[in-house]
Design a protein around this ligand. Sequence first.
Ligand code: ADE
Length: 242
Amino acid sequence: MRFHVLTLFPDMIINGMNTSITGRAMERGLIGLDAVDIRDYADNKHMRVDDYPYGGGAGMVMQAEPVYRAFEAVKTRISRPVRVVYLTPQGRVFNQELAEELAREEELVFLCGHYEGIDERVLEEIVTDPVSIGDYVLTGGELPAMVMMDAISRLVPGVLNNEESAVGESFQGNLLEYPQYSRPAVWREKEVPEVLLSGHHANVERWRREQSVLRTAMWRPDLLKKAALTPKEQEMINMVNK
Ligand code: ADE
């Protein structure tokens, strides 16, 4: 997977991605990162990339031409048509399903805006996927791009080792993950659920599944509608909700 990020703050992207699991994945060549400074494509000697909005109003707007030129430069390094994600609170809300879909691509372009946004005309020309990471407004698209790249990277084969495996975790099958415990078996008088100490694999699996269903019912009932539950599990939830 190779990420191309069009941004006014390439160092933020590089520093963020160089850390932890994504950093290791880049070292191992499983993930490539091409952070492109839009300012390098300014069309004036002052290297300005923003201007006042037509029609008035607060803030500045990123101009179309530098963004377009930066994208044209990136395109020369990509052989096929590529999805261009524009980070915006107006986009489709990012979730695990979209992460899985995007993880199947070989290359992705992320366009990060700042100020009051980007001239609509260049967005119309180049963006294929406007995406939001949630219903709140951030100062720019860099953090959302990093959130998306992190979620996508860990789905790329080889990025997680077996111990960190991406199976059975939250949102798989629209259920939250079951609770986890580690040593000691008693911590400040709180005991680890007994079934986990039993060594009985089938009972452990049954307990974990039940916990996933209960937890989702309690914390994210909106997800349950999309989860495939057995009639027994449905009955259990009806009891809890009474
Ligand atoms: N830019 C500013 N806020 C954002 C959000 N919530 N999601 C994606 N991009 C953004």
